[in-house]
Design a protein. Structure first.
Length: 315
């Protein structure tokens, strides 16, 4: 009997398959004989303490313009599914957290959830790097405008960001004495009601914001350096950055060695580390990307590496 995999993701009709990591994972699972099912956030439910989902059977093809077929959705007890891939993009808001509680019930009943639901709740992508301060550039997280402005006074140029974004959204570059710093802080903190993160600006961003993919605590030996273009300081591909594959440096490997064991302990099988220069800036646990770009540039099969681990867990 075929093993079953359900994927929780954003709308599959809207993805760009040449760059979509979730799509690559689905292709690998299908090639290995898994029967695939699809759901979005609105398809989760709990009935008398049991996790359910409205699942549509899914078939995928690596064919532009015609990459998927969906069957009729049916409410299904998630205990009947072998694996759930939790690949919903941020923001990590209250609804996202509620999703992880539903998935926790499934996992407690024996379903393999990738990544671990408690890990998704605990490992905020901006904050989790602070568990490894030796890997990070100077950073402060605060609601207080005074605290954030003092940080700017100490470090000059700083990058400010919210704790729940992705793809470079709402990331600002400013500095001590700049006239827009006050309004940036007011906007990000909602006038002191929400946390914002400030990090010392790392000039090495000009050489790229490196994405290092981690599989069960071990790094893929190549990173995708996302290089800012034109007058943009952000390297995110969603912000127009150019992706260039590079071999990991000794420092990259050292950072991966510091973070990897904790990721493994928490059941985080597929994670992306963001490194600028010599410094860890974020730990992406919800839906890490850049798999297809690295596969194409270096002839890899990163999804295959991940499913080797998954199949070992199933066994």
């Amino acid at each position: 009997m075929a093993r079953t995999l359900a994927v929780l993701m954003d709308a599959i009709a809207d993805i760009k398959i040449a760059k979509d990591t979730t799509f690559a994972l689905l292709l690998e699972a299908q090639n290995r004989g898994f029967r695939l099912f699809y759901l979005t956030q609105g398809d989760l439910a709990i009935r008398d303490g049991i996790a359910w989902a409205r699942l549509a059977e899914l078939a995928v093809r690596d064919e532009a313009g015609n990459w998927f077929d969906l069957g009729a959705p049916m409410w299904t007890d998630l205990r009947s599914i072998d694996i759930v891939l939790a690949r919903k993009d941020p923001p990590v808001d209250a609804q996202f957290i509620y999703d992880t509680h539903v998935l926790q019930l499934a996992q407690d009943a024996g379903v393999l959830v990738v990544n671990d639901p408690q890990g998704l709740r605990d490992a905020n992508e901006k904050l989790f790097a602070q568990h490894f301060p030796e890997c990070c550039a100077p950073t402060v997280v605060a609601r207080s405008a005074g605290e954030l402005k003092q940080f700017a006074a100490e470090h000059g140029r700083i990058v400010l960001k919210p704790l729940d974004g992705m793809g470079g959204r709402s990331i600002f570059l400013s500095g001590h004495g700049e006239p827009n710093l006050n309004v940036i802080i007011e906007t990000l903190t909602a006038n002191g009601q929400a946390f914002a993160m400030a990090q010392k600006f790392i000039p090495e961003i000009s050489a790229g914001d490196k994405r290092i993919l981690m599989i069960d605590g071990e790094p893929v030996p190549y990173a995708l350096a996302r290089i800012p273009q034109g007058d943009e300081f952000r390297g995110n591909l969603a912000a127009g950055g150019k992706g260039v594959g590079i071999a990991l440096s000794d420092r990259d490997r050292w950072i991966a060695a510091q973070v990897g064991p904790e990721l493994k302990r928490r059941g985080m099988l597929f994670v992306g580390l963001d490194v600028i220069g010599d410094w860890l800036t974020e730990v992406n646990v919800t839906s890490p990307t850049c798999l297809r770009e690295l596969d194409a540039q270096f002839g890899l099969n990163i999804a295959g590496q991940l499913f080797d681990v998954i199949e070992t867990r199933l066994a």
